[in-house]
Ligand binder design. Structure first.
Ligand code: AHR
Length: 497
């Protein structure tokens, strides 16, 4: 199979916002407890954060972390998670049928943010709560002092304000599973009023309105349209969430999941711009793809077997090489839309549908999906170039004919261009030929590849390094043409200079 593309810095999509490489920590399963936080673990710091996990978070290159949910946030009282540990209440978490001890809360999260070197993205409860609680939380976090809420923060040992700049106005409120689920009209109004009140307290905050929970929701696009008619002038972003899985053995459709993500992004952009025209605004709304990943939802539904445990094992998907290639392809899509998608969060960070796994009292290791994310977060910085790949196509049940090659290119600096490329064919290599004369590239610095003869191979506690990226020889630039072989079912990083 063959593929070709042209790389020319004259044609650009836009600058990559570092927020594109975000992730997500929810009070769900073992993401927080025995994930990022485990006092008493041999690798735990004095504050209870696991140093081994922090090291992997840094290696992953995460820039932004959304917190504390997810479905959890729609029933959460943030006040339960601040102040002396002994006074914090244990509560039922109806979203995940678990018991929340509140040992970890806002200030512990802000400590994690600081040591992990990431930006916080705080989600508000607009399910069972409203503008009043939102502004109190904002005042606790961002007001310097001299008021009851800001002085409460100071009494909790945080003299300096947290200065949290990025806020989600609720989570998935279009979903009937959400506590405090709302119609688009109801949500649009409460989101607009919450945004107005928050801006009165802190005019500098960046606000994200909830879009649809996925593009298959019956209200998809109509929800965005109504919500934005109420909120357009008060928010900066609208959210998108999408999860993909292989079902019915249809690997080719699964490997083409990015087709759905493309359609999702194009549809939301169109809806935003339609409302922009309608409300006569000059502002251009950005997309926050603040939940995306591969997720095998059938694995265990806590609602059907509620056990009300603390930190139960939930959503602990063990990802295969195939899943990692899909994650790589979804990253390609996000990069290809970096002019409108300016924030994104791989859901989630540790243990729960996550690139990093841990055992309580035991090791931490990298799932297969860790590698494409780390590559993109490291080298997907700078300007995305507009490339139009052409390749052999194949037929898929869900998306019709799709290209075997899915690719993008990012110009990191004057001299360096990185091509991220996925070969979707499970049975054959792709011979890639790229015209790189425009970029002036003369050599291949590195061709890194994630591939494996067994597409079901995975990393586990017993075999944490079963799947790793490796360097491949053979890619060359000659006379302004790059030639490289992309192995069957592979994620490729080609760095050119
Ligand atoms: O990330 C897991 C869950 O997926 C989140 O809690 C929710 O927002 C989404 O449905």
């Amino acid at each position: 199979a063959r593929a070709s593309l042209t790389i020319d810095p004259a044609f650009q999509v836009g600058e990559v916002n570092p927020r594109l490489f975000g992730s997500f920590v929810e009070h769900l399963g073992r993401c927080v407890y025995t994930g990022i936080h485990e006092p008493g673990h041999p690798a735990a710091r004095e504050d209870g954060l696991r140093q081994d996990v922090l090291d992997l978070v840094r290696e992953l290159g995460v820039t932004l972390v959304r917190y504390p949910g997810g479905n959890f946030v729609s029933g959460y009282r943030w006040e339960d998670g601040v102040g002396p540990l002994t006074e914090r209440p244990r509560r039922l978490d109806p979203a995940w049928c678990s018991v929340e001890t509140n040992e970890f809360g806002l200030n512990e999260f802000m400590r994690f943010v600081e040591v992990a070197g990431v930006e916080p993205m705080m989600a508000l409860n607009l399910g069972t709560r409203g503008p009043q609680e939102a502004r109190e939380l904002l005042e606790y976090c961002n007001h310097p002092g001299g008021t009851a809420w800001s002085d409460l923060r100071r009494s909790h040992g945080h003299d300096e304000p947290h200065r949290i700049g990025f806020w989600c106005l609720g989570n998935e409120l279009d979903g009937p599973w959400q506590m405090g689920h709302k119609t688009a009209e109801e949500y649009g109004r409460i989101a607009a009023e919450t945004a107005r009140v928050m801006r009165m307290v802190d005019p500098g905050v960046d606000l994200v309105a909830c879009g649809s929970s996925n593009s298959a929701m019956p209200t998809f696009a109509a929800w965005e349209s109504t919500v934005l008619e109420h909120t357009y002038e008060h928010v900066d972003h609208i959210s998108c969430h999408a999860y993909y899985e292989e079902s019915g053995g249809d690997v080719d459709s699964f490997l083409a999941s990015a087709q759905d993500m493309e359609h999702f992004i194009d549809s939301v952009v169109a809806t935003c711009d339609h409302v922009r025209a309608k409300v006569r605004s000059t502002k251009r709304l950005e997309l926050s793809f603040d939940e995306w990943n591969v997720w095998y939802r059938g694995l265990r539904d806590p609602a059907t077997e509620p056990e009300w445990e603390v930190a139960p094992r939930l959503l602990e998907d063990n990802y295969t090489l195939t899943d990692a290639v899909v994650v790589g392809s979804l990253l390609v899509t996000l990069l290809r839309h970096c002019d409108r998608v300016t924030a994104a969060c791989l859901a989630q960070l540790v243990n729960v549908i996550a690139p990093i796994m841990t055992e309580p009292g035991g090791p931490a290791w990298r799932q297969t999906t860790f590698f494409p994310f780390a590559d993109a977060a490291r080298h997907g910085r700078g300007r995305v170039l507009r490339v139009e790949p052409h390749s052999t196509k194949h037929d898929t049940a869900q998306y019709g004919e799709v290209d075997l090659l899915h690719a993008t290119a990012v110009q990191e600096d004057e001299d360096t261009v990185t091509v991220f490329a996925v070969n979707r064919a499970t049975d054959r290599p792709l011979e890639l030929v790229a015209d790189v004369r425009g970029a002036g590239s003369t050599r291949v610095l590195e061709h890194r590849v994630l591939a494996d003869p067994d597409r079901h191979s995975r990393n586990t506690a017993a075999e944490p390094d079963r799947v790793r990226p490796r360097r491949l020889d053979g890619a060359v630039v000659e006379g302004g043409t790059l030639t490289a072989t992309l192995p069957p079912l592979s994620w490729n990083v080609l760095r050119l200079q």
